[in-house]
Design a protein around this ligand. Sequence first.
Ligand code: ZN
Length: 410
Amino acid sequence: MPDTLIKVDLSQSPTLNENIHNRWHPDIPMACWVNPGDDFVLETFDWTGGFIKNNDSADDVRDIDLTTVHYLSGPVGVKGAEPGDLLIVDLLDIGAKPDSLWGFNGFFSKKNGGGFLTDHFPQAQKSIWDIEGLYTRSRHVPGVSFAGLIHPGLIGCLPDQKMLDMWNKRESDFVATDPKRVPPLCADNNPTTAHLGKATGAARAKAAAEGARTVPPREHGGNCDIKDLSRGSKIYFPVYVDGAGLSVGDLHFSQGDGEITFCGAIEMAGWVHMRVSLLKGGMAKYGIKNPIFKPSPITPTYNDYLIFEGISVDEYGKQHYLDVHVAYRQACLNAIEYLKKFGYSAAQAHSILGTAPVQGHISGVVDIPNACATLWLPTQIFDFDINPCAAGPTKFLDGSIDMPLSPDLV
Ligand code: ZN
């Protein structure tokens, strides 16, 4: 059995665990050290550190302090790693914690987090998904189940001071272009909720003041939320500091492309079994700025899809120029409208797109003025036939079950 180098106790706050951190900073001390070629296990909290509960209320999604996330396990130091190397990470296996065989999906309130479809779903909602071996289903979203494509939403190495300073400058300059926006242009920072592993004293204060939020993906990878970065993948990460400092968290049992629901995919606490090795000087050798990876040999074999098109004309009729964000939003909204015809609420349909192994494709970006994006909805995940037919859709659901919704506090 490989050694479990980082353990988490789900009954305790992640802030009591000195092998956990929620900011990126080069001065966060390594939680542990390994040699190239070693394989080992890291346990992880869910990204909220246990704040979201397995219950039938969305109040926790509404009320969460989003400056506390994400809780990451690490950083793991790799002996001999130097800036300019590539850290090769084999994701040998990933699973849920045996004492926590469930995950959550939700939509944040527009006033606290927002999200991709926040104008259509402005209030907090939540669905709970039970993990049954390979499969998952939800008491809040009947009629659908699928095999997990388990992956870390967030994985990457520590930045050096120069890269951190660049991130902080470009993001604060960006926020300054529209500082009052709701939701904000970048995730708010709050040094008082920074948790910095083993850092103490002046180093801790510096890291709390300067540490980058873990929300956006950046040059080092980080919170990329790539569903295909799943167990069995091999990833090549740029190294910026001695020892590399690899951290991982935000495990997803499953997710649709885009993680459009934003209060996650199917978010879970779990463990990652990985092996690390080094490709010396690999960044320059291969011209690598952002991570590259090889996919897993194992993926759920859903091979029949209903594919929804979207173009860069928004839901209010406004023309946008080759905007794939607008186009993908339209594809998603079109799929939600379609699924409503079978008895799903809009929220349930939205949750399916955020959790199931839905594919998103950028289909065309040159045919001015409209980009075209497509959303591929696997038909085999449903307990009933969702294909169009002459008789029209049969209502599989009667509306008696829906996702918990929490009105905003006034
Ligand atoms: Zn996540």
